[in-house]
Design a protein around this ligand. Structure first.
Ligand code: HEC
Ligand code: HEC
Length: 469
């Protein structure tokens, strides 16, 4: 073959590769937002009057908090100053944004802070935990489980920080030491669209579903996480560690923003300050000057919506968010044929993904909030069980009954709009998220083996299907 002919053949091959989507390409975040962020309440059929509460909760979800004046209560330790900064993509209630807002905080709401190296402009919005406490010489003490959230920022340096205004009084946790000791893990914010449906599933529905899945051919077991004191099934959070939206919100208000409330009435120190120290220094308590809890109900306020404490209003907002709507998929600028997506959904079932990612684990109980929450299917693609996911995903954190490698089957509804994937946001690529399911000790190993045995075209159809959700 002449050199010229070889060159032209090579060019032809390159052109063909460029024109055809290469094997197994994640279609990525879909531009069509499919109405995400709407409420499931029909204002014309709202017998209990909750539409106004949704609208009011939506505003409070985006309300920027300050330390001592103008919507006060923030800090003394915090991860952000409003819910929406972490849960705003692609609409209020969602997950973390394309540009991580926390990366910019040290020039704004966290002026006097050092920005830890794990916060990057285009990386995920994060919450941080240290699996273990450290010995005094900086080595990890594997006999002393920590696992609590380490708030990244303090009020230090802010004009409204009052008496709590130096890194000597209130130092940030030593993130560099934790990283050097390999004693740090991350979590990203899961979206809350459809959360009211999840909350409204009775335990019996989930248990029946578990029973039906018991005899699967994929070696998948699965258990539920339980609420400590009443023993019922908990279902929110990456390890299904929390029972209800109200409890999650009370905790998030305190842990993420430092705002005390009726469910969590004390300011929150770091786990180290609480377990081995004297708690928060007095100079950092009662920074509003008006006492505790900083958020409470307001019996004298009008209209009705203003009587509610923020925690109740915020829970109502999320409870009444409509579930994500599936839609068509665009890959490399071209519409994916509907037939591919249907085939992808069949393959998703036949290789065994749906044994954990159950397309609909049952119908909800009757709701006193909204007709749309009553007797409704929950197309979440989750069994809300926790599964052993193997060494690659394990984060060595125990929460309730969930151990170091157990995670709640991540609901896949809304995946078409999702940017960062897996509990720590380690990837934006669907294929990589799927392959990370397989490692030593994972219940998903057989299923992932089935997936990788599919032809490239079949694997592509599953990826297309996932981005249709
Ligand atoms: C600094 C970022 C950040 C802020 C601010 C924040 N969250 Fe979150 N949120 C997270 C992370 C991270 C998780 C996952 C926690 C876990 O399971 O480990 C989460 C989980 C949740 C969940 C559970 C969702 C599910 O389906 O499991 C709810 C509900 C929630 N947050 C509500 C709120 C509310 C309400 C606010 C405001 C009061 C708020 N969050 C503020 C980061 C944040
Ligand atoms: C044994 C149960 C199980 C099986 C089987 C399983 N998954 Fe998962 N999946 C999970 C759990 C648990 C997570 C969350 C893991 C984490 O974040 O560390 C998850 C996460 C995901 C995510 C990321 C979602 C997010 O919110 O970040 C995708 C995508 C996904 N699974 C797709 C699949 C596909 C496709 C299959 C089949 C090839 C599959 N899974 C099989 C349990 C399972």
């Amino acid at each position: 073959m002449t050199k010229a002919r070889l060159a032209s053949l090579l060019t032809l091959a390159m052109l063909l590769t460029a024109a055809m989507p290469s094997a197994q390409t994640d279609p990525g975040v879909q531009k069509d937002k499919r109405g995400t962020g709407a409420t499931l309440i029909d204002p014309k059929n709202d017998p209990y009057g909750f539409y106004a509460f949704f609208q009011d909760g939506l505003l409070r979800f985006q309300d920027v908090r300050h330390v001592s004046t103008n919507h006060p209560g923030l800090g003394p330790r915090f991860n952000s100053d409003n819910c929406n900064s972490c849960h705003g993509e692609p609409a209020p209630g969602g997950s973390g944004a394309f540009i991580n807002p926390q990366f910019l905080f040290t020039g704004g709401i966290a002026l006097g802070n050092i920005i830890p190296s794990f916060l990057t402009q285009h990386g995920p919005t994060l919450e941080v935990r240290f699996p273990f406490f450290l010995n005094s010489d900086g080595t990890v003490n594997t006999n002393a489980q920590n696992g609590g959230v380490e708030d990244i920022f303090t009020v230090t340096g802010r004009p409204d920080a009052g008496t709590c205004n130096s890194a000597t009084i209130l130092p940030q946790p030593d993130f560099a030491a934790a990283q050097a000791a390999n004693n740090i893990i991350f979590r990203i914010p899961p979206p809350t669209f459809g959360a009211g449906l999840v909350e409204n599933l009775d335990d019996s529905t989930l248990l029946n579903n578990q029973l039906a899945n018991l005899n699967n051919n994929f070696g998948i077991a699965g258990t539920f996480n339980h609420n400590g004191n009443d023993g019922t099934i908990s279902r929110f959070g990456w390890k299904a560690q929390n029972k209800s939206l109200q409890v999650f919100t009370g905790e998030a208000f305190n842990v993420e923003m430092g705002i005390t409330n009726e469910l969590f009435p004390q300011e929150r120190p770091t786990p180290e300050e609480d377990q081995f120290g004297l708690g928060l220094p007095p100079a950092c308590l009662n920074l509003t000057g008006t006492g505790y809890p900083e958020d409470r109900s307001n019996p004298l306020a009008t209209p009705n919506t203003a009587v509610l404490d923020d925690v109740s209003a915020l829970s109502n907002f999320m409870r009444l968010l409509a579930p994500p709507r599936p839609g068509s998929v665009v890959l490399n600028g071209l519409g994916v044929p509907a037939q591919f997506i249907t085939t992808g959904s069949h393959l998703f079932n036949s290789v065994g993904c749906s044994t954990c990612h159950n397309p609909s684990p049952g119908n909800t109980q009757v709701s006193n909030f909204a007709p749309a929450l009553s007797n409704a299917p929950v197309p979440a693609y989750s069994d809300f069980e926790i599964h052993h996911m193997g060494a690659t995903l394990a984060d060595n954190i125990s929460q309730g009954g969930a151990g170091g490698d157990q995670f709640r089957t991540a609901p896949l509804w809304g995946l078409g709009q999702r940017l960062f994937l897996l509990h720590d946001g380690r990837t934006t690529d669907l294929l990589s998220a799927i392959l990370d399911h397989a490692s030593d000790g994972s219940e998903a190993n057989t299923v992932i083996g089935n997936f990788t045995a599919l032809t490239p075209t079949q694997q592509q159809q599953i990826l297309d299907f996932l981005r249709s959700l």
